[in-house]
Design a protein around this ligand. Structure first.
Ligand SMILES: Cc1cc2nc3c(=O)[nH]c(=O)nc-3n(C[C@H](O)[C@H](O)[C@H](O)COP(=O)(O)O)c2cc1C
Length: 196
């Protein structure tokens, strides 16, 4: 797949087919793509913990759902007035209820807080998954239960978790991600001046 098509159409795919297996080879391919990303000083701090075990996925799903429930409770009122928020929250709730059924969960970890050195790898992983027709969503909502997630997976005390990425074949269709036009988001030579 053309890299620009992959960039345009990589978006949060929250409805995944729990019954369609994802091969070990494809998982290795996308994780390897993640490991090819640059990092500050080429220190490569990120670690990619691939969870296939069904019982562990189910427990991670529970921990994730608990966090989303407490995070989203206050958003419920806003959905009554904004249909775009309502649509997003519907799919967010769907993922919250079904995350543990995704064929694969990938937990992004690293010692310390090297955020900038981690998320380039995350984007590589998601683009590589898109090229293989695998859906992903970068999620961070597990963090309210981070200690329990770490205990479940034997993650050392000095290692933090930054994202939990469900991977599977999407139930819905691929399409361009809705994004504001570049003219609204980029400038030329000085703040606010049109890029052209
Ligand atoms: C840093 C970060 C954290 C995110 N955390 C969550 C999350 O916890 N749960 C979730 O369902 N989506 C999460 N997302 C996905 C965003 O909601 C999604 O990228 C955004 O709504 C755009 O959706 P789209 O790509 O389908 O257009 C996160 C995205 C980013 C970049």
């Amino acid at each position: 797949m053309d890299v620009f098509e992959a960039i345009r159409t990589t978006r949060a795919m929250r409805r995944l087919d729990p019954s369609r297996e994802v091969s070990d080879e494809d998982i290795r391919t996308i994780v390897e793509a993640a490991t090819k990303a640059g990092s500050a000083g080429n220190r490569q701090p990120a670690r990619w913990l691939v969870v296939r075990d069904a019982a562990k996925r189910r427990q991670l799903g529970e921990l994730y759902r608990e966090c989303v429930e407490s995070l989203l409770r206050e958003d419920q009122d806003r959905t009554k007035t904004d249909p775009a928020i309502a649509r997003r929250l519907k799919s967010t709730w769907h993922l919250a209820r079904h995350l543990g059924e995704a064929p694969v969960l990938i937990l992004v970890c690293a010692p310390g807080q090297p955020y900038a050195s981690i998320f380039v790898g995350v984007q590589n992983l998601m683009l590589a998954a898109r090229a293989l027709r695998l859906g992903t969503t970068l999620t961070t909502s597990h963090l309210c239960n981070e200690q329990k997630v770490k205990a479940l997976l034997g993650i050392p005390d000095d290692v933090n978790t930054f994202g939990l990425i469900p991977v599977g074949y999407p139930l819905g269709r691929w399409g361009d991600a809705p994004r504001r036009p570049v003219e609204e988001l980029a400038y030329r030579d000085e703040w606010g001046r049109e890029l052209r």
